[in-house]
Design a protein around this ligand. Sequence first.
Ligand SMILES: C[S@@+](CC[C@H](N)C(=O)[O-])C[C@H]1O[C@@H](n2cnc3c(N)ncnc32)[C@H](O)[C@@H]1O
Length: 212
Amino acid sequence: MTAQTHWQAWHEPYADEGSPLSRRLRLVQQHIASWLDQRSDERLTVVSACAGQGHDLIGVLASRPDAQRVHGTLLEYDAGNVAAARAAADQARLSNLVIKQADAGQLSSYVGAVPADLVLMVGVFGNISDADVKRTIAALPRLCAEGASVIWTRARRAPDLTPAVRGWLRDAGYVEEAFHAPDDVRFSVGVHRFEGAPQPLDAAGTVFTFLH
Ligand SMILES: C[S@@+](CC[C@H](N)C(=O)[O-])C[C@H]1O[C@@H](n2cnc3c(N)ncnc32)[C@H](O)[C@@H]1O
């Protein structure tokens, strides 16, 4: 038996449908599903940074008859979570998803996976320094195709960074389509659409490092 890592155990509240993490997941999944509905005729590309076990994207695609038009790369560092995501993708027959064990803070990890039509930054911004959040947002135009959407999350523990996050996204060329910040929980979920010009991926450099 392998030791359960912190980041595998982190996923346990998903087993409780009433947990804040499950509520956050449902919001993220609703936005992934509406994005698919809005872009109904196209072959689409998704990249998920720090994808964990892939509950959001895999959970949506598993029940979509049009799942095969989605080509996605899930970047995840933890070997156990990579194995869990691969098993879930295999079970759902999502042959166009690549689950890559890689450091999503390194731009080189995105080679071949971008430009993406949807970038998932879910469970990332709360685990890195504020400076790294700003740096990562500034780098998003290198990951995004024209008209791409970004779905992101951030806990609103004090001092709440989400006003700054939303401002940095605006400065980087993104228009806010949704922002959920329920009163009774700390999580928030944002959806932004890219209206700027995509930039080439300069595959060198680190945009973030996890603090824990
Ligand atoms: C807060 S969890 C979020 C998981 C998933 N996105 C979700 O919301 O269900 C953060 C994940 O990032 C992974 N991780 C940590 N540092 C990473 C890195 N540098 N590159 C890729 N994944 C990383 C952890 O193993 C963990 O699975």
